[in-house]
Design a protein around this ligand. Structure first.
Ligand code: C2E
Ligand code: CA
Ligand code: CA
Ligand code: CA
Length: 277
């Protein structure tokens, strides 16, 4: 019997439902799944809005489970956080991203890679050392790495009081504020933080072609970013009308299904070849 949530009244729901069972099982399998290559990454291109040149790729985690099929990335990250293994997942994704980046460099392609860092990982005391170590191990210059941090994690008090963002910046890498517009950062925080880029959350971008309100928010974020000397990326660009609006608003970079879906490495290389001729 589990204790009820409200007022200590006993309730008789099963202690482990189907979902919790699955989560428990996945948790025990996580480390082995990384070692076995079940947990991999895909890359989604980001292009320059004006020239359409590819400027970077965002690395997105994928777990293809032999029995459960593909597990949504939010579940993979949430699970890893719950069982205290998010650091290992962050390192795994970083490792795969930097290994690819190094191989592109060897082929004469200088392409930046972006990696998502969850709020949990951002507060791990050894994060900076691990990222420095990974860059050295792969022989990738810090300038080619972008870390995407969510707006809410960056304005967290403990993060702002620590030197983690400055230390990361000192490695030469770029910091991008992800899902911008969904958190609560203030103008003065934005001015003080060592960030280089804002990513307009896709909830605004997906609806801006049909909603004046969202379109106005996108325009305001672009203006705000430029006034602060930051670069601005729109994610979730799915149609031509949205792309044209964003270009007219002066958005710097575009990402979304219109440009390309996230691609496995071999398909990304074909995509690159087809575009550069
Ligand atoms: P995110 O960082 O905001 O990543 C962008 C998500 O939007 C990706 O979903 C991408 O596939 C999707 N997307 C891109 N373009 C479009 C579009 O035009 N339309 C629509 N509807 N969606 C688009 P994905 O791969 O399912 O990842 C979901 C979230 O999971 C990510 O959101 C990120 O928060 C998290 N995530 C993924 N990989 C990692 C990782 O390696 N580490 C961490 N910490 N989080 C990750
Ligand atoms: Ca992201
Ligand atoms: Ca995002
Ligand atoms: Ca998101």
């Amino acid at each position: 019997l589990a204790a009820g949530e409200s007022g200590g009244v006993a309730s008789y729901h099963p202690v482990l439902d189907q979902q919790s069972l699955r989560r428990l099982q996945l948790g025990t399998e996580l480390a082995q799944a990384m070692a076995d290559g079940q947990i991999g990454v895909v890359f989604q291109p980001v292009i320059d809005a004006q020239t359409s040149d590819i400027v970077s790729v965002e690395t997105l985690v994928r777990w293809t489970h032999p029995r459960f099929g593909s597990i949504p990335p939010e579940d993979v990250i949430g699970l890893a956080e719950q069982i205290g293994r998010i650091g290992a997942v962050t390192d795994h994704v970083l490792d795969l991203a930097l290994a690819r980046c190094r191989r592109w460099l060897d082929q004469g392609i200088s392409l930046s890679v972006a990696v998502n860092v969850s709020a949990f990982s951002l507060s791990e005391p050894d994060l900076v050392d691990r990222i420095r170590g990974a860059l050295e191990r792969h022989g990738v210059p810090g300038e080619l790495l972008i870390l995407e941090l969510t707006e809410s994690s960056v304005v967290d008090d403990s993060v702002r009081e620590s030197s983690v963002l400055d230390d990361l910046h000192d490695l030469g890498l770029r910091l991008s504020m992800d899902d911008f517009g969904t958190g609560y950062s203030s103008l003065s925080q934005l001015r003080q933080l060592p960030i280089d880029e804002l990513k307009i959350d896709k909830s605004f971008v997906l609806t801006m072609a049909t909603s004046q309100g969202e379109s106005f928010i996108a325009r305001s974020i672009i203006e705000l970013a430029h006034n602060l000397g930051l670069c601005v990326v729109a994610e979730g660009v799915e149609d031509e009308m949205t792309r044209n609006q964003l270009i007219a608003m002066g958005c710097d970079k575009l990402q979304g299904f219109l440009i390309s879906r996230p691609l496995p490495e071999d398909r990304l290389e074909k995509w690159l070849l087809a575009r550069t001729g």
